[in-house]
Design a protein around this ligand. Structure first.
Ligand SMILES: [Zn+2]
Length: 238
């Protein structure tokens, strides 16, 4: 977040009491890392010969450049990973939050694709963490992303969902697999965080729609972030 000087506000034409403010966005392409004791890169869900980790990385890169062009709203955009990450410096998921905090992230968006045993399951989904300290802002961000996402996939429109998703957590939680407590309180500095599932990689229609619309998807997600930022400057500029 960067609140401009009065001079900058006048240059930007946003003076006269309107605060100029731009925010830092961190995009998190899901998976594509090793975690815990494993040495195997996590591909996420796999469908039709595609890895979720690769699809979301490509779209995240497109989203980053679109956000970076929105200089009236966005100070900078970053990715938690630019490729696969072998041996991250922190345990599973925590390293992503560490990257976000290091970049002084205001808005955090994690991108994923869903998978289900039934190939007919389809549609978008968006989550925020209802236990997190930033839940009120995160709910607004999730709603803005959801509203702008216009992928032409069959009519399933689930409500915005809440979950204790670890990557969006701002508190200590216990890993069910390892029985270890993990501390994500550092992530409290992030003002809004949401996780977006672009569609089901296990569904032929969704997969094709996502692959055929990568640039459009990045554009819709960019619109969602910008719509949230634009409507909530008073909070983001504190
Ligand atoms: Zn995923």
């Amino acid at each position: 977040m960067n609140v401009g000087t009065e001079q900058q506000q006048q240059v930007a034409g946003t003076g006269n009491g309107v605060q100029r403010c731009t925010v830092v966005v961190v995009i998190d392409p899901g998976h594509g890392d090793t975690h815990d004791e494993s040495t195997i890169i996590d591909p996420g869900a796999v469908g039709g010969g595609l890895n979720e980790s690769d699809v979301v990385l490509e779209i995240s890169k497109l989203l980053k450049s679109k956000l970076a062009a929105k200089t009236d709203l966005i100070e900078s955009a970053h990715l938690t990973r630019e490729g696969n990450v072998d041996n991250p410096s922190q345990p599973k998921l925590l390293w992503r939050q560490q990257v976000a905090v290091a970049k002084k992230c205001d808005v955090f968006v994690s991108l994923h694709m869903n998978s289900f045993s039934s190939a007919s399951a389809n549609g978008k989904e968006v989550f925020y963490n209802h236990k997190s300290s930033n839940k009120a802002e995160s709910a607004k961000l999730a709603a803005a992303l959801y509203a702008e996402y216009k992928l032409p996939i069959a009519g399933r429109e689930p409500p915005i969902k809440t979950s204790g998703l670890s990557v969006l957590a701002t508190y200590k939680w216990k890993s069910s697999k390892l029985g270890i407590w993990r501390d994500a309180t550092i992530f409290q500095s992030v003002k809004a965080a949401a996780l977006f599932e672009l569609g089901f990689i296990s569904n032929d229609g969704d997969r094709k729609a996502v692959i055929d619309n990568k640039d459009n998807i990045a554009g819709w997600l960019c619109d969602g972030v910008c719509s949230y930022v634009s409507a909530n400057r008073a909070i983001l500029c504190v």
